[in-house]
Design a protein around this ligand. Sequence first.
Ligand SMILES: Cc1cc2nc3c(=O)[nH]c(=O)nc-3n(C[C@H](O)[C@H](O)[C@H](O)COP(=O)(O)O)c2cc1C
Length: 206
Amino acid sequence: MHSTDRSHLGVNMSKVRIAVVVGSLRRESFNHQLAGALPTLAPADFEFKPVTIGDLPLYNQDDDANQADVVKRLKLEILAADGLLFVTPEYNRSIPGVLKNAIDHASRPYGRNAWAGKPAGVIGVSTGAIGTALAQQHLRNVLAYLDVPVLGQPEAFIQAKEGLFDASGQIGAGSKAFLQKWMDAFVGFIHMHQNSKTVQKGQAPP
Ligand SMILES: Cc1cc2nc3c(=O)[nH]c(=O)nc-3n(C[C@H](O)[C@H](O)[C@H](O)COP(=O)(O)O)c2cc1C
């Protein structure tokens, strides 16, 4: 089996699979809406799979040797992905606890970090004027430690304003060109990592 072959994880190898992690559990979340709309800007061979994090228990290191089934599921979803898309609000100038909880879960037990080596994009929308800039910066710190290469530019700090989404819930006309540029860069970044990859990290069973 080739080192990048993930067919044993039930992966359709003809698609570029992106695991989407949203940092909000809110029903009417802008970030959920953004995460749902962004795939329309991606090429047809990209497949975006939402990852559920709202059902995870609070992380407790005592459970590392016996991770809950929902944690194992999360780790398998990450391992099966070619890349990651984090779409997060900013809570008190950082990332929401639910997102950090999910990141911590899939990073453990020590030596079995599911995130390692997965190229990622970070984006977010908030009602505040700085549009998740500080949350994204904190997230970049965490991901750097977890050996996740993150798209550097362009950055996308989005403020929730009238017209961000159109009546059908898709990205509004005023934001489309900007977000298309971001998506094109993200797609290029994922391809660059696929092409340069010789050894796929993080492929050990969770
Ligand atoms: C606990 C909490 C802390 C927040 N802190 C910030 C913040 O630091 N910066 C900011 O721009 N917005 C902040 N907000 C407002 C969020 O941007 C807003 O609630 C946004 O809609 C959350 O994203 P969502 O719609 O995807 O749930 C905060 C909201 C909550 C509930």
